[in-house]
Design a protein around this ligand. Structure first.
Ligand code: ADP
Ligand code: MG
Length: 699
């Protein structure tokens, strides 16, 4: 192993604060800092000075091109490269990059989904620099993180609403802190996303059209071994995977991404990477980059990194945990229980803000994790249910109970809990968490939203979460600012919030049937099982009202997003259906027929040699396989028919319902028979690598 100087390597490809401080004049640096920290408008001459230094630094570090790096609604990142070169009078070239080019770009981006937001004739959107996320170098290109908008100012990306939601939360959280006598520069939300993924051998991957086209296997009989022995979780990491992880860490560290934890996950061939948390927009940029680099580095090691939520039936799929908190510029975590009674009252109020937000906007959180891929996980006893609830752990629940009932908290000094007067008992962080079935769990000083799919951008859930919490905090601030007796009003408010929203609190087993019954029938929580069920709620009046009042989305933006997400759901499943048809017609049926031919030949040959042979094995195999080919034909024809109808609807909602009710079930029906045929056929006759090969061939 070559020796690495990690501190020296870390961030070496990032135009970081350190680099800026060293390269920019003090005046320019201070001015930029104000833009970053306090959202003050960037002056033109400052942009010019920054651009010059950024270019020099990038060229010194091997960059020849620059790009405005953005996150369109496809969920992946986009870049269009321009070189720095500009002709010089002497026939040579100069490396040029202006402040204007730094601040604003105009990609001809007419092919990105806009959900009707932008007619193709007015194709030009523009990208605008996000100075709060550092520029970096990737493959000889200086990447400038940007937001992407249409000329009418509508957001065409995931970053713009994320930044707006952070501002909304910042505004309201500062009002709350002021009530507790604290003036802070800003409150920001922080996120640490834990990322799961699979690694499969590249050669195997390339032999499977389903993996190539859709990222998941659409067929495949179970391997004799899956995850039942729990021998993979936290197991010894195989040398090829270790080499991959080392390489990956190096690449991420160079980009200033705080890759911290790595381990094997539950399913065979499944792994996880977690970074140290950072500010939400930076964490979002970094997570997008992490997913991209994981795939690149895996290829270098002759493997393919699968980010699909359910690459294999029968073993766990992959998710992403969004660890989230709020902190002030002075580094105070607002979800960390404090040391004094007043700090604790403040903690409980912020905690209530989150609880109320999750209850009032369950549907928004649910739909922020809704994709065709993730529908395979939620509610399938490997990931949280589609029902959103909050886990607080026994101690914190008991404390809230005590407050609600004006009763002493048992573990404490038998005094009635009066907020702002008595301090909270110290509860140990370790007793929280570890309820893996909860979608939204308090883990000591942060909440962990566990419903996300592995390939989801974390932007969406954080937009919803920030906005919803901003809404509860706004309501609290409005009320408390008017209060004559602050302590008394605070106490009443908190009690009311607990009473009103305790239905969302659930510490039990989220996988149980009883919970679904209780949640939906007794508590009235929503259970939106699929993307087709969840996504239309984006346009519910209460949701639109909240998101628009905090200026996170405009009405047109919401309409377009709902459309795009549903379109993506339908298209994804349509591609899967077409891939199945292709594989069945071009490979599976001919392969089974080839084998039937061989078996039938064997039977007639054997019978011609001796009339005593019974040919039981051959005959039963032939008969069942022949029957299966009939079923397969029937089912593939059904699927073809269903797929031919997906364009017959007027609205995307109807198409998505048809996709859910007709396309997906037809796909499942077809798969069943093909998988059974696989179990009856010899491996060498089967056209694609088996589950066993895919899951167990990396060492
Ligand atoms: P787990 O036991 O779930 O692995 P960890 O303590 O390792 O939990 O943290 C998981 C993730 O949560 C890490 O990415 C970590 O950086 C992040 N995290 C820790 N504190 C915060 C915080 N205040 N805000 C956001 N994320 C945080
Ligand atoms: Mg976790």
């Amino acid at each position: 192993m070559n020796k690495q100087n990690v501190p020296e390597m870390f961030g070496s490809k990032v135009f970081s604060d350190k680099v800026m401080k060293a390269r920019l004049s003090d005046k320019v640096y201070q001015s930029l800092k104000r833009t970053i920290d306090e959202n003050v408008k960037l002056e033109e001459d400052v942009a010019e000075a920054v651009a010059t230094q950024m270019r020099d630094w990038a060229v010194e570090n091997g960059a020849t091109h620059y790009t405005h790096w953005f996150q369109p609604l496809t969920g992946v990142t986009a870049e269009k490269h321009d070189s720095f070169i500009s002709p010089s009078p002497d026939g040579g070239v100069l490396m040029e990059f202006s402040g204007k080019e730094l601040i604003k770009g105009e990609p001809d981006a007419s092919s990105f989904p806009s959900g009707g937001l932008r007619a193709t004739f007015e194709a030009r959107g523009y990208t605008a620099w996000d100075p709060t996320s550092y520029a970096f170098i990737k493959d000889h290109t200086l990447c400038i993180p940007t937001a992407f908008c249409s000329y009418s100012g509508d957001a065409l990306d995931k970053k713009t609403p994320l930044l707006r939601s952070m501002q909304a939360l910042n505004r309201q959280a500062k009002r709350i802190l002021k009530l507790f006598g604290k003036e802070v520069k800003y409150v920001r939300t922080s996120v640490g996303p834990e990322q799961e993924y699979f690694l499969v051998d590249k050669e195997m991957f390339e032999k499977r059209p389903d993996l190539v086209y859709t990222g998941r296997t659409l067929f495949g009989a179970r391997a004799p071994k899956g995850q039942e022995l729990d021998d993979h979780y936290f197991g010894v990491i195989k040398p090829r995977v270790t080499a991959f992880m080392e390489d990956l860490n190096n690449e991420l560290w160079k980009l200033g991404i705080l890759a911290k934890t790595e381990h094997n996950e539950v399913a065979p061939a499944q792994h996880e990477l977690a970074p140290i948390f950072s500010t939400t927009n930076v964490a979002t940029d970094n997570n997008q980059l992490t997913m991209e680099i994981m795939q690149k580095v895996a290829r270098k090691h002759d493997m393919v990194c699968l980010l699909h939520e359910k690459p294999f039936a029968g073993v766990n799929g992959s998710g992403k945990h969004n660890n989230w908190s709020m902190a002030t510029d002075t580094g105070v975590n607002l979800l960390s229980p404090g040391d004094t009674p007043s700090e604790n009252a403040q903690f409980i109020l912020f905690l209530c803000g989150v609880i109320q937000a999750v209850d009032d906007y369950q549907d928004l959180l649910r739909l922020s994790a809704a994709t065709a891929g993730n529908d395979h996980r939620l509610g399938a006893n490997e990931a949280p249910p589609a029902i959103i609830s909050v886990f607080l752990g026994d101690e914190l629940t008991a404390i809230l109970d005590a407050i609600k009932n004006d009763k002493p908290y048992e573990e404490h000094e038998k005094v009635v809990m009066k907020l702002g007067v008595h301090s909270l008992p110290r509860f140990s962080r370790d007793t929280t968490d570890r309820n893996r079935t909860s979608p939204f769990a308090f883990t000591g000083n942060k909440f962990e939203f566990r419903s996300l799919g592995s390939s989801n951008s974390i932007a969406c859930c954080n937009i919803m979460l920030n906005a919803a919490v901003a809404e509860s905090l706004e309501q609290y601030a409005d009320r408390l600012e008017k209060a004559e007796d602050f302590e008394a009003e605070l106490h009443d408010l908190i009690k009311e919030v607990i009473v009103k929203h305790e239905r969302i609190l659930f510490n039990g087993n989220g996988y149980g049937e009883e919970w679904i019954k209780e949640a939906t029938e007794v508590r009235g929580l929503s259970n939106l099982r699929t993307t087709a069920d969840a996504m239309p709620h984006l346009l519910d009046e209460k949701n639109k009202k909240m998101l628009m009042s905090h200026k996170v989305f405009t009405e047109t933006e919401l309409n377009s997003r709902c459309e795009i997400m549903l379109e993506n759901y339908c298209k994804t499943i349509n591609i899967e259906g077409l891939t199945m048809v292709d594989m069945v017609r071009k490979n599976y049926l001919p392969a089974i027929e080839g084998y039937l031919n061989r078996v039938a030949g064997t039977i007639s040959l054997m019978k011609s040699v001796s009339d005593k042979v019974k040919c039981n094995y051959e005959l039963s195999t032939m008969e069942r396989l022949s029957e299966l080919t009939d079923y397969i034909l029937e089912k593939v024809e059904v699927l073809e028919d269903v797929l031919s109808k997906v364009d017959d609807f007027d609205t995307i909602i109807e198409t998505s319902e048809f996709t859910r009710d007709k396309v997906l079930p037809s796909m499942e029906d077809l798969r069943k028979y093909v998988d059974e045929a696989e179990m009856l056929s010899p491996e060498e006759c089967w056209p694609f690598p088996s589950y066993g090969k895919l899951l167990f061939s990396v060492y």
